[in-house]
Ligand binder design. Sequence first.
Ligand SMILES: [Zn+2]
Ligand SMILES: [Zn+2]
Length: 155
Amino acid sequence: MYLMTNQELQALVEKVSLRDFHRPFLHRAQFNSRLLTTGGRYHLNDHHLDFNPHMAAELPLEEFVGIIKHELCHYHLAMQHLPYQHRTHEFKQLLLRVGGSRYAPRLASQTARYHYQCTRCHLDYYRQRQINVRRYGCGHCHGKLTLIAEEKARG
Ligand SMILES: [Zn+2]
Ligand SMILES: [Zn+2]
């Protein structure tokens, strides 16, 4: 999936909230690049949601929406002063009903052998196999790709 902006993220979270929870999302949603293995985070103090930009960029939209639903479960339960933590019955039931994801998916960036980056827009590409960078450019801006890191084969 391509890189979405904070504004597009906000609009998507509002849309999913109305469509699947039948309640409006009235706070702020934003990307936080410090999130690494978690997909998102709900902040009880000001009710804003953080999302992992690597997951938004790498996952199919449908899977990223699963992460949005997960965070919206925390949000809507807390807004109604209901138990909102993972272990609670309320959270599990709501997550099941809306089809939210239970765990953050593993990203290619955590398992792939090759890490390339676009020299123009700096989008990351993670691949099991080598890319011929003379033939293939960035799918987002057609810039030139460069190899950033190569993991030694495991095992
Ligand atoms: Zn959670
Ligand atoms: Zn690019």
